[in-house]
Design a protein around this ligand. Sequence first.
Ligand code: F6R
Length: 591
Amino acid sequence: MCGIVGYVGEQHPKEFLIDGLKKLEYRGYDSSGIAIKNSDNIQIIKSTGKISDLEDKVNNENLINSKLGIAHTRWATHGEANETNAHPHKVGRTTLVHNGIIENATDLKNKLVNEGVVFRSETDTEVACAVINNYYNGDPIKAITEAIKTLKGSYAFGILFEDQDKLYAVRKDSPLIVGIGEGENYIASDIAAIIKYTDKYMLLEDDEVVELTKDEVKVYKDGVKIDKEVQTSTMTIEDANKGNYKHFMLKEIMEEPIVLQRTLNKYINDMDKMVDISSYEEIHIVACGSALYAGMIGKCLLEEKANIKCMTECASEYRYKKIIYDRKTLVILVSQSGETADTIAAMRKAHEEGIDTLAIVNVKTSTIAREAKQTLFIEAGPEIAVATTKAYLLQVAMFSLIALKAAHSKGLEDNYNEILKEAKSLPDYLRKVLNDKDTFAGVGKEIKDARDAFYIGRGVDYAMCEEGSLKLKEVSYTHSDAYQAGELKHGTISLIEEGVPVFAIITNDKIKDKTESNVIEVESRQARIYTITNDPSIMNHHFKYVVEKLSDYFQPILIVPPLQLIGYYTALERGLDIDKPRNLAKSVTVE
Ligand code: F6R
C-alpha cells in the first residue's frame, strides 16, 4: 500500500527510481510519480495508471541533470486517484512522498489555510509537506524533527529540500528502510526495491530522521546523531523476479513444498524450539483476511486437540471492541507483512492491558516482529503476489505445530511421535498435489464464466472454505461465499441454480455424512459440485479430487493448494492482472 523509493549517488536517478517502483508495484497502487533535482531545479512528473505509463511520460520529457530523486506509488486514501493527488507534493522549498495517513490533517490544513498556505490537492500528504516546510529555515533535521511532533498518524516520508543536495527520510508506523550502496545510497519501502543494487540496509525506528548523501548516511533521534547497525538481507534477486513463471502467484504456490520444509525443519527435529502455549486458559487469534482464516484453522486445532478455549477476531474489530480478559490469555497475531495497521493496533491494545502476545510473522524486520512479546517466524521468503499463498500455508503449518506441542504438553496426544514423523513427509505429499496443477487448470476453465460460486464445509473444512472463497474472488473477481454447510438452507440456498459451482470440502470423518447430505441438497437444485476430500469413498458428483489422508493437524495443508490453484487458473482464464488485483494492496498499512 503505497511505495517509496529514493536515490542519491553519482548516476541519474531515473533508472533506479522507475525500477524500484516496478519492484514495489505488488504493494498496490493507482498512480505514481517522481521528483528529481539538482542545485537549480526540481522536476516532478506524475501519472495515473501503471508504472509503465509514468515511465513513458518520463522518457518523453526533457529531464534535468540530476543525481538525487524520490518516487512513489500511491494507493488513494485522501482524494481520488488523479495526477493532482499523486505524489510527490511540493510546498515552498519542500517536496515529499508519503506512505501512511496523517490523522490530524484536516485540523492542520485549516490552520495553515488561515496562515495563507494554498493547497492544490485533497491529500493529507500535501498538508504534511506544508507543515515541514513551515518549520524549514535551512536546517532540515530540525524542521523534520519539529514537524513530526505535530503530525498524528502513520508516515514514511522521503523528502527533498530545494536548497539541499541531500535526501531525507523519516518513518513512524509505516515501513521504510535505508539501503547502503557504494557511492550511492537509497531509501525504499522494502528490500525488494533495492536488492538489485545492494543487500546492505538499515532499519529505522519510529521518528528517527535520516540524512543521506552519496557517501554517508546519518541518523538522528530528537535532533541528536545516533549509531545504527547495518544489516545484510538474505533476499536474492531471483526472489524478486518471476523466473520462468508467468505470475508470482503461481511461482509462490509452487514454492510451497520448499518453504514448508524450511519452516518445519526448524521445529520437527527439536520441538523444544516450539512455543508452548498449554498454560494459557484462553487464546485470542487476531488477524486480517487470509491470516485470519489461517487463525480459524488454528482455533479448530487448539480447541479440538489441546482443549484450550479460543476465539478468532478480525483485527479491525478487536482493536475497538470491549474485550474481557478474565482468564490467563494469550493474543496470537498472525501477519505475513507484520505491517498491517489493524493487527498492529490490536497487538498494542493487548500490550496496554498487560496481555502476552505471540506473533506469527513472515517479515523479520516488520513492526509486529519487533514489538510482539514472542515471535514465530514462518520462512516464506518474499511474497510478491498481492494474494497470499505460501505465507498463508505456513501460517497454517505454524498453528499445526503450536497445537501439537500444546496437546503433547497436556498429555492429550497419544500419537505425538507418529505425527511428527508425518510432518517429515508433508512436503512430498504437497508436491504430489501441486503436480496435479493441470487438473485445477481444468476447473478454472470450467468455471471461468460463473457469476457466483459457493464453498461449503463444516468445522475446519469451513475455515478452509473461507480461504478458498477469498482466493477465487480476489484474483478472478468471481463473486463467491463460504458457508458452514449446514447454514446454506437458512437462506443462501435460494441462490443455487443450474450450473452454479459449489466447492465442498470434506475431510472431517466425524461429520462427513452431514456435509454429504448438504451437497446432495444443492446438487438436487442443479448446482455443479466440486469435491475436495481425503476420503476416496466420498461420492463423485461432477468433480472429485482426493488427497492423502493425514492427521487432523496437517490435513489442511494438502487441501489449501488446490483452492489456491483454482483461484489462480480462473483468473488466468479471465485474462486478469493476477499479481495485482484491482483495488488491493499487499500490505495494508492504513486502517
Ligand atoms: C489475501 C491477503 C490478505 C492478507 C491480509 C493480512 O490473499 O493476502 O487478506 O492476508 O491483508 O495481511 P498480513 O498477513 O500482511 O497482515
